[in-house]
Ligand binder design. Structure first.
Ligand code: FE2
Ligand code: FE2
Length: 215
């Protein structure tokens, strides 16, 4: 699943709910339909962070409304197949790219020094968390609902809060994931991949909190 890199025209076909939000940030929706969300965000200035937050929320609400009536086994299957697998695939690539950017642009004043290390720790934490969910949380949840699972659900909520904090810290380190103007491909690509990962991780966390534990 790719939400940030496909043209807005295609995105609106799958997520028509985005139209109202996008219209708030452009004079002509038609003129931005050939852009993807990365390119659209680069047209915004002071409105960027508000727009990003709203888009995240719209996606989350859409996924929630699509998943909420499904049986729990399908919810879990979709979370694992759409979100866990995407994070596992993307994280090693992003860490390598972060290493390259830190090496290549070490002298640049906006270089996100230390990012690859933070991402590497984050990857270990997030992958460990997803393994735990798949082995120790989802199977009993499928078997008998939330009964007796309070301690592990509490730990899961705690991990989700921690992951939200790490994403916020990384956004602070990276100028809200906006690469310097005119900078080379590795840096731009790195921030695009991080924007995609963070959007999907945000949706993933909110879906688990609301669909699996708050029912
Ligand atoms: Fe998960
Ligand atoms: Fe989780």
């Amino acid at each position: 699943m790719n939400l940030m890199s496909i043209p807005i025209s295609e995105l609106l076909y799958s997520f028509p709910e985005l139209e109202v939000t996008l219209e708030k940030y452009t004079r002509s929706l038609h003129s931005v339909k050939s852009l993807n969300l990365h390119q659209f965000f680069s047209t915004l200035d002071t409105q960027l962070s508000t727009c990003k937050s709203e888009i995240k929320q719209v996606f989350t609400d859409v996924f929630y409304s699509r998943y909420k009536e499904l049986p729990i086994e399908q919810k879990i299957h979709l979370i694992v197949s759409q979100f866990h697998s995407q994070h596992r695939e993307l994280l090693p690539v992003i860490i390598n790219n972060a290493r390259e950017v830190e090496y290549k642009y070490a002298e640049h004043p906006a270089c996100p020094i230390g990012l690859s290390r933070i991402l590497s720790d984050f990857s270990d934490d997030l992958c460990g968390h997803m393994d735990q969910e798949e082995h120790f949380l989802f199977p009993p949840l499928l078997a008998r609902g939330e009964e007796g699972l309070f301690p592990i659900i509490a730990v899961t909520h705690h991990s989700h809060d921690r992951h939200m904090h790490v994403m916020a810290d990384i956004e602070e380190l990276t100028n809200d994931l906006v690469a310097p103007e005119g900078i080379g491909a590795p840096w731009v690509t790195l921030y695009e991949q991080l924007n995609e990962l963070f959007l999907q991780l945000y949706i993933h966390i909110l879906l688990e909190n609301t669909l699996l534990f708050d029912e």
